[in-house]
Design a protein around this ligand. Sequence first.
Ligand code: PMP
Length: 406
Amino acid sequence: MSFPVQDIRRDFPLLSQKVHGKDLIYFDNAATTQKPEVVINRMNDLLRVGNSSIHRSVNYLSDQMTRDYEAARDVVKNFIGAENSKEIIFTSGATGSINTIAFSFGEAFVSSGDEIIVSELEHHSNIVPWQMLCERKGASLKVLPMDENGELRLDLLPSLINDKTRLLSVSQVSNSMGTINPVEEIIELAHSYDVPVLVDGAQSVQHSAVDVKKMDCDFFVFSGHKIYGPTGIGVLYGKEKWLDRLPPYQGGGDMIDRVSFEKTTFNELPFKFEAGTTNYIGVIGLAESIKYINNIGFEALKEYEFFLRDYTLEALKSVPGITFYGTAKEKVAIFSFLMNQIHPYDAGLVLDKLGIAIRTGTHCTMPVMEHFGIEGTIRASLCFYNTKEEIDRFVEGLLLVQEMFT
Ligand code: PMP
């Protein structure tokens, strides 16, 4: 494997620190990812010498910031293969993007008796906004089940879709189990019933090239902080034909065309959905993180991450008493598991003392935990700056945890 992981690690200042006197091993990348120096420096520079509100003023700084902001929109457009940059809306994150569609689409197209479909393995952010919409409109939420491996039961999908179905929302990759869902197949099926599909890409855009045109999703969402960019920034992609027909989510700021006390008219896309002063420094930071990933290239990145995935799986099998949750054939390097009767929280605390950052709990997917009849798991989520040596140390840590608690 010729992936230059040591060079890459040098790009991420946080990774070289010690935690509790040990070299940090950061295996919590599904929660949030670390930032390369180029992102940090770009945002620092903007804060130091570039800051000015966009789209508003004629001054030099504002003009420059506006150009950089709109250039960032083009970077995102090209990154996910959208048709045009009007289809790229900046939000506060994947959650913000899903809430935007749940509200706006709901206002325009959902009424009493209608149905929305989500899957059993969704993150709460792709469940709760739809539940709130259903509550508001008197609609109901249908759930596409998963099997014991954490794979979606596509065979059951036709029986869930009917003429009351208004939208289907599904993640491309599960955050708690790592399952890669066959979203193209789901979209094709949903479209054959004229049902639009929102794809939650919060756990997919950082691992594999996304092409929204090829996928043919109607909406696609992701968060900046999970793709080596800043927090508080996210993307909502929507086909222009949909976004044009949806009312704005929030009012104020750039989303207006003209305001009077009698009537307000709204701005064109994408500004109609960008109310208030946007997180423009975050947007430019996000574009920088995308450029960073593009420089590595998804082909190399994916090959290395799959190597790490396979290596981790084999290594974890050597830990006695381990039970995996989420054993899909197609998955990213996210591992959820339990060891004997050891509480995940206890394991997490000991691992932390060894400098190993993992996540314990439900991972914002309580229905997944309910499916397996458990209260939570230990989750290790890896990405391209992790190494084989870190996995070896992780396994040693788990063996120590076992020794202490059994
Ligand atoms: N969907 C999935 C699959 C996620 O993993 C997450 C974050 N864990 C979200 C949505 C929500 O992302 P954010 O908190 O960045 O809005």
